[in-house]
Design a protein around this ligand. Sequence first.
Ligand code: AMP
Length: 545
Amino acid sequence: MLGLMQDWPLLCHRIIDHAALNHGERQIISRSVEGPIHATDYATLRGRALRVAQRLERDGIREGDRVATLAWNTWRHLEAWYGIMGAGGVYHTVNPRLFADQIVWIVNHAEDRMMMIDLTFVPMVEKFADRLRPIEKYIVLTDNAHMPATALANAVPYEEWIAEVDGDYAWKVFDENTAAGMCYTSGTTGNPKGVLYSHRSNVLHSMMAAQPDAMGVSSRDVIMPVVPMFHANCWGLALTSPMVGATMVMPGAKLDGASIYELLDAYRVTFTAAVPTVWLMLLSHLEGNNLKLPHLRKVVIGGSAYPRAMTQKFQDDYDVQVCHAWGMTEMSPLGTLCSLKPEYAHLTGDARLDIQMKQGHTPFGVEMKITDDEGREMPRDGATFGRLKVRGPAVARAYFKESEDVLDAEGYFDTGDVGTIDRHGYLNITDRSKDVIKSGGEWISSIELENIAISHPKVAEAAVIGVRHPKWGERPLLVVVRKEGQELSRDDLLGFMAGKVAKWWMPDDVVFVPEIPHTATGKIQKTALRVQFKDYVLPGAAAAE
Ligand code: AMP
């Protein structure tokens, strides 16, 4: 017997309808790519999103067609998302930090019919536009006055393009499982993989994200998503913010410490989220200029592991609560967030920080487990490592144009991460499964070693990789970038680390390098390091041969 409740498909454009009707005057403030600060509100933004949808339809965009966006976080990009989805199209965020060949591959693979592009990226795309075969038209996210002379095919300024219609348009209505958005994940090997979000998954993910123990945001918040809309679905914030009716502050193209501080302060931002690199720049700007953050309540940090000192500084020096988060593009992207359950809420000092450095627990809608290599579930004892697997309504089941599902027999997706789960359900990521160091059949966490090395005051960046060892199979090698102008020796660093981890976890050697390679999303590129050090002979390894 079926229930007798209404059939109300979970469609993303209903979020902007809700925001416009119930929070219509709430502002969206952006640093425009042209320079000045721009302010609008949800009611106006919805009106313009309707024009985007109507105009796209006039250009022949139909249900399921992909429209690429190569753009910073601004009101125009936000309107574009809702307009594309409301016309039945699929927003495809392209990461401008990728190499030209990767962008070309991704756009061709996605078969994007149009590209909405910020002024910043026009010169870059002109260089390879002849290889972007499916793009019929470029919509430059600016007005006529700022429109550059460009060789891009059929390029039009966005403002004039949407002014050609009146906005008298009704959103398309379709099945909630219809595709809404797309984001490629670069992957460490092989070609990038397309993750295809549905309206349903995006709406459910936004509800999950808003919960008090997840992001915990409301209409009283001023939310600044520093995480770009082109990185992992903007961590849900482009949908969650209007869903709860929060004010939004969009940082545009300027993500340096001074620019971010300026917005945090001027618009009294209460909630923000980004990867650790952004916060390193902000903290250094605050320290250098003796500034405070009186309005900021909470900062979400995720995307990669980061030093404990970052949490300490935000909390102790600036009275800003830190929420560590873990997720991935395939999870829309939230997996876990580290709010404190009653079991941990009473902790103080180092014991509290120990918990806060964990990646946190799952909201309703994410199920996770850890298994051994044979797929046997491992205990939630906070000590046993396992491969981390997840399932839920906002987790990918397959990649775009790949017919095979990527799930195990019970419907779980293997995240490629390795971690522990404690008895209260807190995840601690110890590695990527490809990065974990297997020494004598036991696993050593490269992340834990990196976290200790990075807490040395003279270390700017640290990466640990497994290097071949004749007796143990693999042993850890620590690769370090010293802070500018600092002297630091191998023995000093190893001396500093000794006693902080089990003896057999200690790196066998340290090499100092001028820089460590990074991926387009700012993560350390361990594959490149492994190639660089593939023939490295560890001290004592030759003797064991
Ligand atoms: P992406 O899909 O680009 O967002 O990358 C997802 C991957 O980033 C995850 O599978 C993890 O390996 C890593 N990651 C994300 N958040 C964290 C975190 N808080 N701590 C450690 N690694 C993380």
